[in-house]
Design a protein. Structure first.
Length: 255
């Protein structure tokens, strides 16, 4: 049987610049099994989808116990490595983040997303404060003896509309990438960025492998590979697509 550490090391190895790992985000054991059976190398949850599937809003409105139970069921349903979206870490302090990460590791996770914005309003945390939170997460993983893949999400590109994205925002994301790498992060997740020149600069200059999210305007998988991206996340798209199909199918059935 593959151990948690073996799965963690495998997950790390799947992040290759120019050969992006594609994560078609799941929200429960059933959707995770479907993604796994499609040939996925790993399974990832998305906080928005998990929350919506359980009747909650995103932004840590769903109790962490729900997310943790959901994670356990997913880990038990698939053989692939499983990474969980932990949003902002479910806590005010680095110690809270460490406890959150420890619980996710105990439930079988080998990776996690930790974002640098406040769940209440989406504003950015100070980079130094976020680095402390990431360092606490790394310390918790080290204590557990698991080489956790910490995907440090920066919400720099969610602070302004797409039309206002520019190289200054790229440089801010890179400044954060350096601080987060020093704190022990494994990857940099930059949702919201869609312009090729900006993605190319991020991939070229980041000390961490770059993860982008599929959304309207994002280049194709092949083009993202050419730009040097190492990971592509589908975020809430799969859940929204599944629910749209369900609504249309139910409407047709009820005629």
């Amino acid at each position: 049987m593959t151990t948690q550490n073996e799965k963690a090391r495998l997950f790390h190895s799947l992040h290759v610049r120019g050969q992006p790992l594609v994560l078609f985000n799941a929200w429960d054991a059933g959707s995770a099994r479907a993604v796994a059976e499609a040939g996925a190398g790993a399974v990832a949850t998305g906080s928005w989808s998990v929350a919506a599937a359980n009747g909650f809003a995103d932004g840590e409105q769903m109790p962490f116990s729900f997310a943790l139970d959901n994670l356990r069921r997913i880990v038990g349903a698939v053989s692939q490595p499983v990474t969980i979206d932990l949003e902002s870490g479910y806590g005010e302090t680095p110690a809270h983040v460490a406890a959150t990460v420890a619980a996710a590791l105990e439930a079988g996770a080998i990776g996690c997303n930790l974002e640098d914005s406040f769940p209440a309003d989406g504003s950015l945390r100070d980079a130094a404060d976020q680095a402390e939170r990431l360092a606490a997460a790394r310390q918790a993983a080290d204590k557990a003896g698991v080489p956790l893949f910490i995907n440090a999400r920066t919400d720099v590109f969610f602070q302004k509309g797409v039309e206002a994205h520019d190289m200054d925002m790229v440089e801010e994301a890179l400044r954060r990438a350096r601080a987060y790498a020093d704190a022990g992060a494994s990857g940099l997740f930059v949702p919201g960025v869609i312009a090729e020149p900006l993605i190319a600069r991020l991939a070229e200059a980041s000390p961490l492998p770059i993860n982008v999210m599929v959304m309207p305007g994002v280049p194709s998988r092949a083009r993202l590979a050419e730009l040097g991206v190492a990971r592509i996340s589908h975020g809430p798209g799969p859940y929204r697509g599944a629910m749209q199909w369900l609504t249309e199918a139910a409407r047709a059935a009820m005629g």
